[in-house]
Design a protein around this ligand. Structure first.
Ligand SMILES: [Zn+2]
Length: 293
């Protein structure tokens, strides 16, 4: 039994085709629509995403789907993590950002984060989302170990991290930059695999608490240091906007490299579907973790 009529299916396909244009605005609400259009009619994730943001007729309470595949919920959660809103005072950094601050800096929109750094670590790649996610989770223990090696009795390092997946199709491998190709090959990229390959990585916002950034970088490279791009550490400058960083950390990305005309392209609909369902299967708490030692 076909649950949708041919006319509706045609209209949906036409709508999807217009959304999948690389030039279409890729805001989070459009992106949620694209994901919904790519999912199968019977999918429970599709029903949740369609309900997300609607209000109940009884008490006007909003329903948030909280799925790691929902770009709207991801952004809402990210801004809640990065600052606390209050009716009586200007926004201030939340405990998420300053879990262990000895000194809370002056409240401005661009908080001074002299002692923080931003790190990206590519942990592993896999053709299966749940198996790759399990390996990614195992490597968290190694991260904890590295940080324990740096901390002493009188100071702590706080890491607020987000897990992320980038999709690479083997057919696109030759279009990527040589550095990235070399990195993927060193991680054992399955060149002859027919489907998409999922690259698992972390984005870390680190409160170094006096540890020199080069010491931290060296410790990470000692564990994950196959290539220059596998561990990327930069200081968080005074001008960095913490809410923007945390939004970037938890983004749901359904686009791929290489960019065409300065824009990343949408993934094909069946891959958007697989990625969204895969993310959803990992549970609402999958996206974030923290290390404090
Ligand atoms: Zn949602």
């Amino acid at each position: 039994m076909n649950p949708i009529s041919p006319a509706l299916a045609r209209a949906r396909a036409a709508l999807l085709a217009s959304w999948m244009q690389p030039t279409s605005a890729q805001n989070i609400w459009d992106m949620r629509k694209v994901i919904i259009a790519c999912l199968l009619p019977a999918s429970t994730l599709r029903a949740r995403l369609m309900r997300c943001g609607t209000r109940s007729g009884n008490n006007y309470k909003r329903f948030d789907c909280n799925s790691p595949a929902c770009p709207v919920c991801a952004q809402r959660k990210a801004s809640r993590f990065s600052y606390q809103r209050s009716h009586f005072s200007p926004p201030k950094p939340s405990p998420f950002v300053y879990g262990s601050r000895r000194h809370v800096p002056k409240v401005t929109w661009a908080w001074s984060l002299a002692d923080c750094c931003w790190a990206t670590i590519i942990t592993n790649l896999h053709t299966d989302i749940p198996l790759g996610a399990a390996e990614n989770r195992r490597q968290q223990r190694a991260l904890k170990h590295v940080i324990r090696g740096l901390t002493g009795p009188n100071f702590i390092i706080t890491v607020q991290a987000a897990r992320d997946i980038e999709v690479i199709e083997p057919a696109d491998l030759n279009l990527l930059s040589p550095t990235k190709q070399a990195l993927l090959m060193s991680l054992g990229f399955p060149v002859n695999h027919a489907g998409p390959v999922y690259v698992f990585h972390w984005h870390l916002l680190v409160d170094l608490n006096g540890i020199h950034i080069d010491t931290f970088k060296a410790a990470l490279r000692a564990r994950w240091g196959l290539g220059n791009r596998q561990v990327h550490v930069i200081p968080v400058s005074k001008r960095s906007h913490v809410p923007r960083l945390t939004v970037y950390q938890t983004k749901v990305r359904m686009t791929k490299e290489p960019a065409v005309g300065g824009r990343r392209q949408w993934l094909p609909p069946h891959i958007v579907r697989d990625l969204a369902e895969g993310l959803h299967s990992l549970g609402p708490r999958w996206r974030r973790f923290s290390v404090r030692l």
